[in-house]
Ligand binder design. Structure first.
Ligand code: G3P
Ligand code: CA
Length: 309
């Protein structure tokens, strides 16, 4: 398994140390116009210590196996990646399941199995009904029979694979209380102890409200907001989250630096994990911008690209 030289704990320690020394490298930029070169050198030094960006397998290694299935995280493991990303939603009878779209049509055979249930929304089906669906054949017949996993099943596989999880609460406006329910399950499964919250788990959402709720319920958890707030708005986010995770086309080195310049909810420099980067050139480009993580369907491609930097 590929293991980064700088773990999250080491990064956290370094962030703490830099804070004690007067701030992160990028905060030098705020101290005067003549500090740009020093900032760049210090940022390079930071990266040398912290290592390359962390690579996250988006919906598992979803370029090579059907997204958000157990096959996709097994594929990530086989490729040597321990960080996997997923999407969590809820069934009609209250089971948390791992699926990206809020309908079942694109990634399962639901239209054949339940032809009269249009528009085939996740929240309109029971867990038992969803368990009947084939979530693999749409991707490749080789994966026929793959299922939409419950979050409980998914966590069991993450645990077995000794992986780490970037958990996205998807469309929380459709599922009132999903934050608390998700945390309850994670707690029951032993994923909210100190070791897990410092090293193995990050919770993210496109909903700032949802991230704020998670932070309020479990202030020890690392969280991320998905989006690209303006630099002027960033301090508001820093009050309740640790990371800002933007689409790669929306960012610049200056924006990344502005995020790094702030201390997040845990008093450490905020981080940036960008998505979805699936080619070598873009991977190198965002790595050069100084991002902390790259979320990708093809983790092997991205890792090979940034290893060459
Ligand atoms: O982890 C970032 C990414 O998953 C956000 O977009 O639509 O793939 O959930 P989406
Ligand atoms: Ca996602």
């Amino acid at each position: 398994m590929y293991v980064r030289p700088a773990t999250a704990a080491a990064a956290a320690f370094l962030g703490f140390t830099l804070t004690l020394l007067g701030g992160t490298a990028s905060s030098a930029a705020a101290n005067g116009p003549d500090s740009a070169a020093a900032t760049a050198a210090a940022a390079a030094a930071d990266r040398a210590v912290l290592g390359d960006p962390v690579v996250y397998a988006h919906r598992g290694a979803s370029a090579y196996a059907p997204e958000n299935t157990l096959d996709a995280i097994d594929m990530a493991m086989r490729l040597g990646f321990d960080w996997v990303e997923n999407d969590v939603q809820r069934t009609r009878d209250g089971e948390l399941v791992v699926i990206h779209d809020d309908t079942l049509s694109r990634t399962t055979d639901v239209e054949e199995v339940f032809p009269d249930r249009k528009p085939w929304r996740v929240k309109d089906f029971t867990a038992a009904e969803i368990a009947r669906l084939d979530a693999g054949s749409w991707f490749d017949e080789e994966f026929g029979g793959a299922r939409v996993p419950t979050l409980r099943e998914y966590m069991g596989r993450v645990q077995r694979n000794q992986q780490r999880l970037l958990l996205e609460i998807k469309k929380p406006e459709l599922y009132p209380g999903i934050e608390e329910q998700t945390l309850q399950l994670l707690d029951e499964l032993g994923w909210l102890d100190e070791r897990h919250v410092t090293r193995r788990l990050v919770v993210q959402s496109f909903s700032a409200d949802s991230v704020r709720i998670v932070h309020g319920l479990r202030p020890d958890l690392v969280t991320a907001f998905l989006g690209t707030p303006t630099v002027a708005d960033l301090p508001k986010y820093a009050e309740f989250t640790d990371r800002i995770n933007p689409w790669h086309t929306t960012i610049s080195a200056d924006w990344v630096e502005a995020v790094h310049d702030l201390l997040g909810a845990h008093g450490r420099a905020m981080e940036v994990d960008t998505w979805i980067v699936d080619d070598a050139a873009t991977a190198r480009k965002v790595a050069d911008m100084g991002v902390d993580g790259i979320i990708t369907n093809a983790p092997d491609v991205v890792q090979a690209a940034i290893d060459g930097l």
